[in-house]
Ligand binder design. Sequence first.
Ligand SMILES: Nc1ncnc2c1ncn2[C@@H]1O[C@H](COP(=O)(O)OP(=O)(O)OP(=O)(O)O)[C@@H](O)[C@H]1O
Length: 260
Amino acid sequence: MAPAGTPPLVVEHVAKSYDADGRIVPVIGDLSLTLNEGEIVAIVGPSGCGKTTLLNTLCGLIGADSGRIRWHGREISGQPSGVGYMLQKDLLLPWRTALRNVMLGLEIRGVSLSDAEERSHVVLDKLGLHGFAEHYPTTLSGGMRQRVALARTLVNEPDVLLLDEPFAALDFQTKLLIESDTARLVRESRRSVLLITHDIEEAVSIADRVIVLTKRPTRVKAVYDIALGTERTDMIAARESAGFVDYVRRIWADLDVTRQ
Ligand SMILES: Nc1ncnc2c1ncn2[C@@H]1O[C@H](COP(=O)(O)OP(=O)(O)OP(=O)(O)O)[C@@H](O)[C@H]1O
């Protein structure tokens, strides 16, 4: 077991290139970051800079060319345990009800059906899906489906959540509500979150820290500690708080988006 205070994730000088038909494409230049316990860190960067590549490298889906990735103080090969992954696409199984989608990971891990069912109901209820457990995904709205996907991730009680634009496809109101629920649930259980997003306002409202990446080959351009002086589980209040607009403006300037 790692000593108390060991960050769940430390990334040191990671680099990654792709071989595109014999042409080497450097995607991650030289990237270092730390995710502390109970912290929500958002990563923003120009389109195509390598954010998904970074997340895939961190969770062992693809190998880094160089550098070190330490989970709870240890370098590991392959996929780390205790890490939940959530994407923009909910990837729910259409032939399973909401409840049985949430139960899937527990079933695979050999948890008894009754236990899995009870734990899944608890998480669905916390996400406002009481009464929808027996619904099939096709009968749920996009926001509800994404809540089911979030429940499916949280029911496994991961220490760390890696989120790759999970709210990007949602309408604005739904997005604010599900961001708030996510923040509330991860903050009350002191889970750590690494969130990749294109949405600077989302990043500033939800995260304790925002890391801005450069274009490819990507590296850290700037880091912002976000101090909004408000309860960081209410995304509407966060967006209305003093300082919010200023952070958004500064990060937007850092991204250096120019018209083609
Ligand atoms: N398997 C691969 N082989 C070759 N090149 C790849 C591969 N996967 C991604 N790339 C290239 O690497 C670069 C970074 O892609 P990646 O999806 O990681 O960026 P991103 O920042 O997540 O993109 P977006 O902003 O569009 O979400 C892109 O130029 C992409 O074309």
